[in-house]
Design a binder for this molecule. Structure first.
Ligand SMILES: Cc1cc2nc3c(=O)[nH]c(=O)nc-3n(C[C@H](O)[C@H](O)[C@H](O)COP(=O)(O)OP(=O)(O)OC[C@H]3O[C@@H](n4cnc5c(N)ncnc54)[C@H](O)[C@@H]3O)c2cc1C
Length: 223
């Protein structure tokens, strides 16, 4: 097993090429984005055809865990195969004076690698905990643990965070000099994912249970 370093080493396929100064490889940046996002888009190949599906995930150290039904075509095709996992945090709409220079502010991560099956029962349970705690910290301690039947019905994959990159855009529009005096509003509309007030399940029979506290969002700033 390779020792965990502070940074991912850019490779031929993981180095950000366009606007390379927006590329980041430090684990602190990559992990910060992975820990804040809720949804990963996983790209894989089924019988020669590319597919990309959104799913939830969890991170433990340098491992990402994915899970789903054992019949899930994506997970079956991804087991012991090359996958590409992407997460995106959309931070703002960047409106320029020209249509061409419209953009978005974002923090995104791409992880490339071979996903392997996790079959050991204890390791699978750990992966379940990592995924449910990613959604809501500490949830694995209060929710009923998965039973043996649920464990058998679930396929778990581990993707190492060894090859990949983050890309971050911040700031306002970058217009051409000759457009600066055009009478067109320019600037940024910031966007944030924010939790709303909780809605307790009306069928809940036990009164007074403490409502969950969502994890902090917007914890990571990248220069
Ligand atoms: C919300 C959003 C909207 C975008 N809209 C556009 C658009 O409309 N048109 C457009 O051309 N680009 C868009 N991008 C940027 C796009 O994701 C690529 O970065 C870009 O197309 C050029 O990549 P490249 O040629 O450097 O990468 P490639 O040479 O295609 O990829 C090489 C490697 O660079 C890394 N990489 C590339 N992009 C990213 C990324 N976004 N995050 C993390 N790692 C990355 C990956 O490891 C990848 O394997 C958008 C990004 C986001 C997050």
């Amino acid at each position: 097993m390779t020792a965990m370093t502070d940074s991912l080493t850019p490779t031929d396929r993981s180095a950000v090429r366009r606007l390379a100064d927006r590329g980041h490889y430090e684990r602190a940046v990559v992990n910060g984005i992975l820990d804040e996002a809720y949804v990963a888009h996983v790209g894989f190949v089924v019988e020669g055809q590319p597919r990309v599906l959104p799913m939830t995930y969890g991170r433990d150290g340098d491992s990402l865990y994915l899970h789903g039904a054992v019949g899930n075509a994506m997970l079956r095709a991804s087991a012991d195969a090359e996958v590409c996992l992407t997460v995106t945090l959309l931070d703002g709409l960047v409106l320029a004076r020209s249509a061409f220079h419209h953009s978005m502010n974002y923090r995104s991560v791409v992880v490339l690698g071979v996903a392997t099956r996790v079959d050991d029962a204890a390791a699978k349970r750990h992966a379940f905990d990592v995924i449910v705690d990613h959604v809501l910290p500490g949830r694995s301690q209060v929710a009923r643990p998965s039973n043996d039947s649920e464990l058998r019905k679930t396929l778990v994959l581990r993707l190492p965070i060894e090859e990949g990159s983050a890309k971050v855009r911040t700031g306002g529009p970058i217009d051409d000099e000759e457009d600066m005096d055009l009478p067109v509003w320019a600037g940024v509309i910031p966007l944030r994912l924010t939790p709303g007030p909780v809605i307790q399940d009306p069928t809940q029979t036990i009164p007074g249970l403490p409502p969950p506290v969502p994890r902090d969002l917007w914890t990571l700033t990248v220069d």
